[in-house]
Design a protein around this ligand. Structure first.
Ligand code: ADP
Length: 283
């Protein structure tokens, strides 16, 4: 859950109280945003996550359900849900405080059992993970995906605090860093271990690095209102594109269209396109 304070004249310094111009609760979190983007495109989406047994968890769950995301594999654990306090000043700069809460409870211990249940319903899957949950959970799902021959996409965001180990990277089929995350993980290292690296470049689109070649996918022209969640929309759409059998270049093009469309509204989920809108826009 994002608690968003906007319109601060200046960021508070220690000991100071600053008035915001407005406040909003926005259901957020990378995994939930990515699941929402994929569901908006019509994909059959199951979120594997944990919520706290608090009001924010209930609001987050209701929002996801309304968007068509299955919560059958979302655990409710004692304590608070993951929250972010977001301060935005009048110049548009932001400061963010995160408490992982329930997200920290995910350890992947049941990954194999959950994958069996989902696999029995759906057959081959595309698994998309980001780094707002513990690495143990990500490692467990990467292994599960590899064992079953499912595609595993890692969005290494936010930039990892501890280095990503080669054992994990070797289980990744497609990795999607932005430029900051690419620099923090190391370009050469990624190129050596992960077969497909998709670098997102904000208003400049994206780059696909695979098999020793680099292909640039241009951005779609939009007048952005708020770029929060563009990366999440991009990742959700990329997963849907690949899951529906598109080649990587086509899937990245769809992802760029959806990322661009997602910047038209405030927050990460207010302007997610459906498949018809995304395809008409992508041309
Ligand atoms: P993140 O939010 O993770 O840093 P980016 O800012 O790179 O990710 O945005 C993800 C994708 O969303 C980009 O690759 C691009 O396709 C699209 N996008 C983001 N900002 C814009 C923009 N201003 N205009 C058009 N497309 C954008």
């Amino acid at each position: 859950m994002d608690l968003v304070f906007t319109g601060l004249a200046a960021m508070p310094v220690p000991g100071e109280t600053v008035a915001a111009r407005s406040f909003e609760l926005q259901p957020g979190g990378k995994g939930a945003n990515q699941a929402s983007a994929a569901a908006a495109l019509g994909a059959d989406v199951r979120l594997v996550a944990a919520l706290g047994d608090d009001e924010f968890g209930r609001i987050a769950a209701a929002d996801l359900r309304a968007r068509g995301v299955s919560l059958d594999h979302v655990a409710t654990v004692p304590g608070p849900s993951g929250v972010a306090g977001v301060l935005i000043d009048q110049a548009g700069e932001n400061v963010v405080i995160v408490n992982p809460g329930a997200n920290g409870a995910l350890d992947g211990a049941d990954a194999s059992a959950v994958a069996d249940r989902i696999g029995a319903e759906s057959g081959a899957l595309t698994v998309l993970a980001s780094l707002e949950v513990p690495l143990d959970a990500i490692r467990a799902w990467a292994r599960v995906a590899r064992e079953r021959g499912w595609r595993f996409i890692l969005n290494p965001a936010p930039a990892p605090a501890e280095p990503l180990d080669d054992e994990l990277l070797a289980l990744v089929d497609v990795i999607t860093p932005n430029q900051t995350e690419l620099a923090s993980i190391g370009e050469e290292r990624l190129a050596a271990v992960v077969p497909v690296v998709v670098v997102t470049l904000g208003g400049d689109g994206a780059e696909v690095r695979a098999g020793g070649t680099v292909t640039r996918v241009p951005a779609f022209a939009v007048e952005p209102v708020d770029t929060t969640g563009a990366g999440d929309a991009f990742n959700g759409a990329l997963a849907v594109g690949l899951a529906s059998g598109r080649q990587i270049g086509d899937a990245v093009r769809l992802a760029c269209a959806v990322g661009a469309l997602a910047t038209r509204g405030l927050g990460a989920r207010s302007s997610l396109p459906d498949a018809a809108e995304a395809e008409a826009f992508a041309g």
